[in-house]
Design a protein around this ligand. Structure first.
Ligand code: SF4
Length: 168
C-alpha cells in the first residue's frame, strides 16, 4: 500500500465523527442486542419473574443513562427535536440538554447503570454455561469494539471514556 494512501486511511479512521448514520444505529443496536437477548433467554428459562425484573432494570438503566449521561452529549444537544446517534434514532429529547462536564453523581451513574445490566443476570447465566459463554463473549465484543472504533473519534469530550483528545 502506498504511504499516502496509508496516511489517508489512518486520518479517515481517526477523524472526529460529527454525525452518526442510520446504519451505525442499526449496527450498534444489533451488537448490543446479543448479550441482552442472551441474558433474557437464560432468565426466561429459569424464572419468568426475574426475566421481567431484568427487563425493568434495562429500561430504568436506559432512562437513567439518557437523562444523566446523554443530555451532555453533542449528539443530544445539537440538531433536531429527537436524538439521532449510534444507539438512539428518532428518540425524543425528553430532558433538557445540559452542555458541559458531568458531575460526580452523573459519572457514577453512567458506570453503575451498565454495570448492573451486565452483572444482574450472571447468577442465572452460570446455570446455563453455553449462554454464559455467549454473554461474556458478546459483552466483551460490544465494549471492545465501541472502544476500538468509536471512543477515539467521538465528539463527546466530556465522556470519561473519550480518548479523541489524545490523538495526534
Ligand atoms: S452518542 Fe452515546 S452519549 Fe451521545 S446521545 Fe448517543 S448514546 Fe448518548
Amino acid at each position: 500500500m502506498a504511504e499516502s494512501e496509508e496516511r489517508y486511511m489512518k486520518r479517515n479512521e481517526t477523524a472526529l465523527k460529527e454525525h452518526h448514520q442510520f446504519q451505525d444505529f442499526l449496527y450498534w443496536n444489533a451488537v448490543a442486542a446479543v448479550p441482552i437477548v442472551t441474558a433474557c433467554i437464560a432468565l426466561f428459562r429459569i424464572s419468568i419473574v426475574c426475566f421481567f425484573v431484568y427487563i425493568l432494570i434495562c429500561v430504568a438503566a436506559l432512562l437513567m443513562l439518557y437523562k444523566f449521561f446523554c443530555t451532555h452529549c453533542p449528539h443530544y444537544i445539537h440538531g433536531e427535536i429527537s436524538t439521532k446517534c449510534m444507539f438512539f434514532w428518532g428518540v425524543p429529547k425528553m430532558f433538557p440538554p445540559r452542555p458541559g462536564p458531568l458531575n460526580f453523581l452523573e459519572k457514577s451513574l453512567s458506570i453503575v447503570a451498565p454495570a448492573v445490566v451486565v452483572l444482574f443476570p450472571l447468577y442465572w447465566l452460570i446455570k446455563t454455561p453455553g449462554l454464559l459463554v455467549i454473554f461474556v463473549l458478546s459483552t466483551t465484543v460490544l465494549f471492545a469494539t465501541v472502544r476500538r472504533y468509536e471512543c477515539h473519534r467521538c465528539v463527546y469530550f466530556e465522556c470519561p471514556s473519550n480518548c479523541a483528545q489524545t490523538n495526534e
